[in-house]
Every structure is written in structure tokens, then in C-alpha cells.
Design a protein around this ligand. Structure first.
Ligand code: G3H
Length: 256
């Protein structure tokens, strides 16, 4: 955690979830009401098909709803894509950009991620910009070089602590049950913090840096207590309200 930064516990449902899954969102929306909600923000990013209904379900809850991707343009002939403006129109507040699955499946470059981040900002959304090294890059000792490049090239100059969240997701830790050691996470997050401060000055000191990659109820407290880890981006464990709320609940003691 970083003193004075309100952590964000975010779930990314990826290509999972149908109308039947809305019960989970309802349970999460109820579960995050209470005293902890003043200290910790919560967000679920369901597939785009559920966005509008999900925001309606969270009307009287602090649980926020976001999307998993947006196009870099505001509108036009881009079959199958959705724009940041459309997400805002559905009352979404955040959008994930540059997830490693999009970088791999759709060959998204840092320059494209940066353009999507700018589109998110223009629509008034908070962009959650994902970065992280592959297993090969880690073995080759290139982790910090990759993070430096992705941060420099994926974040636009207009990034602020209010409109941008960075999510560090080591690609090899996603969906594998593997996680870096707490000291590896600490080193990566300290490095990202210093890069953000050197580019964005005070705003870089306040920007949230989430950790993502096999976060579960059992390891959340240890990972979230590492310096400069300002929350989590959770995949598999965010699909069930019970697990998501258990990870959120890990903050009970950490923020006491
Ligand atoms: O966006 C979320 C991440 O890719 C982490 O996924 P995971 O928690 O299933 O490893």
C-alpha cells in the first residue's frame, strides 16, 4: 500500500459471464456496502454485453462498473468495437487498456494502448493501463527494461492520478496460480513508482499501481501489503462474489 492512496480492488471478467452471472454482481454490490467502502474502491469489468445492466444493478452501491477495452476513435466504421464514449454512456467509469491478452490476441502495440488511453480520458473514463513482462523476458533479466518501455510508451502525457491507474501483471502469473515473491513485487512496484514520479512529478507519486496475476483470497493480504501495491486487478477470482469479497475484505486489517 502507499500512504494516502485509496486502494482499488478491480475484477476483470474477461470473456466470461452471461445474464445468469448478474447475481454475482448483485451480491458484490451488496457486499461492498459498509465502513470499508470509504477506504477501498471496488470495480468489476464484465463483458460489454452486461455493461449497461450491471451499472443499473449498482445504482445504490459503491461498486463501480467498467469495460475491458475500447477503440481509440470516438465512433465510425469499426465493426465489433466499442468506444470509450459508449462505455461512459452506459455509466461505466473505467476501462482496462493494454491487457496482455489484447496485446497478444490482437497484436496491440504500446502506441495503440496510448491512443486508447487518450480516448478513455477524452470520454471522462479512468484508464487502467496494463503492463508486464513475459516469462521469457523475466528469465532474460529484462523485467525492468520492459516495464520502463511499456510505461513510457503506453502512458500519454495527460495521465494524472485521477484519470489513470497502472496495473502490473506479469504475463507468466496470469491464470497460472504462480505469483512473484513479495520482494519481486516490491522491486517492480518501487521501480514503476520512481518512473512515474520522474515523468509526472507529484501526480506520479499518487497514481495507483495495481498488482494482477493469480490474486486469490489466500494470497491477497500478503500481496496487497507490499509497498506501492495500491490494489489488485483480479481475473478468475473475481467471477464469484464470495472470492472477490474475500479479497476486498483482506483490506479490513490492512487499512485499520
Ligand atoms: O486482469 C486480470 C489478470 O489477467 C489476472 O488474471 P488471474 O487473476 O486469473 O490470474
Amino acid at each position: 500500500m502507499t500512504p494516502d492512496i485509496r486502494p482499488l480492488v478491480a475484477g476483470n471478467w474477461k470473456m466470461n459471464g452471461t445474464r445468469a452471472s448478474l447475481d454475482q454482481i448483485k451480491a458484490m454490490a451488496e457486499g461492498v456496502k459498509g465502513s470499508l467502502s470509504e477506504k477501498v474502491e471496488t470495480l468489476i469489468c464484465p463483458p460489454a454485453t452486461l455493461l449497461y445492466v450491471a451499472t443499473a444493478l449498482c445504482d445504490d452501491s459503491p461498486l463501480m462498473i467498467g469495460a475491458q477495452d475500447c477503440h481509440q476513435k470516438q465512433s465510425g466504421a469499426h465493426t465489433g468495437d466499442i468506444s470509450a464514449e459508449m462505455i461512459a454512456d452506459c455509466f461505466g467509469t473505467h476501462v482496462i487498456v493494454g491487457h496482455s491478452e489484447r496485446r497478444t490476441d490482437h497484436a496491440e502495440s504500446d502506441a495503440l494502448v496510448r491512443a486508447k488511453t487518450e480516448a478513455a480520458h477524452a470520454a471522462g473514463l479512468v484508464a487502467i493501463v496494463c503492463i508486464g513482462e513475459t516469462g521469457e523476458e523475466r528469465k532474460g533479466g529484462k523485467t525492468l527494461d520492459i516495464l520502463k518501455r511499456q510505461l513510457a510508451e503506453s502512458l500519454p502525457d495527460g495521465a494524472t492520478a485521477e484519470n489513470t491507474v497502472v496495473a502490473y501483471e506479469p504475463v507468466w502469473a496470469i491464470g497460472t496460480g504462480l505469483t512473484p515473491t513479495a520482494s519481486d513485487v516490491e522491486e517492480a512496484h518501487a521501480f514503476m513508482r520512481s518512473e512515474l514520479v520522474s515523468r509526472f512529478a507529484a501526480a506520479g507519486g499518487k497514481m495507483r499501481i495495481l498488482y494482477g496475476g493469480s490474486v486469490k483470497p489466500g494470497n491477497a493480504k500478503e500481496l496487497m501489503s507490499v509497498a506501492n501495491v495500491d490494489g489488485a486487478l483480479i481475473g478468475g477470482a473475481s467471477l464469484k462474489a464470495e472470492d472477490f469479497l474475500a479479497i476486498y475484505g483482506a483490506y479490513e486489517e490492512l487499512t485499520a
